[in-house]
Design a protein around this ligand. Structure first.
Ligand code: ZN
Length: 67
């Protein structure tokens, strides 16, 4: 990844979190430090709206996927 790509990723994440403020982990509920990278999963519901699930780290992402 180049530095340019990194900049775009950070900008995208701030877009994602702005409607609801500080995101919390969808698995353990811990507030996520948005200045660092964190995993995000997008899920399309039956009504075709997109739901974002944020996780504090990949361990929570894996555990959430398995539940
Ligand atoms: Zn977590």
């Amino acid at each position: 990844m180049s530095d340019d790509a990194e900049d775009r990723k950070v900008a995208h994440q701030s877009d994602v979190v702005s409607p609801m403020g500080t995101p919390v982990c969808s698995h353990c509920g811990t507030p996520i430090e948005t200045t660092e990278w964190f995993p995000i999963i997008t899920e399309t519901t039956e009504s075709e709206s997109v739901v974002l699930h944020s996780f504090c780290d990949e361990t929570c992402q894996d555990e959430w996927n398995q539940s």
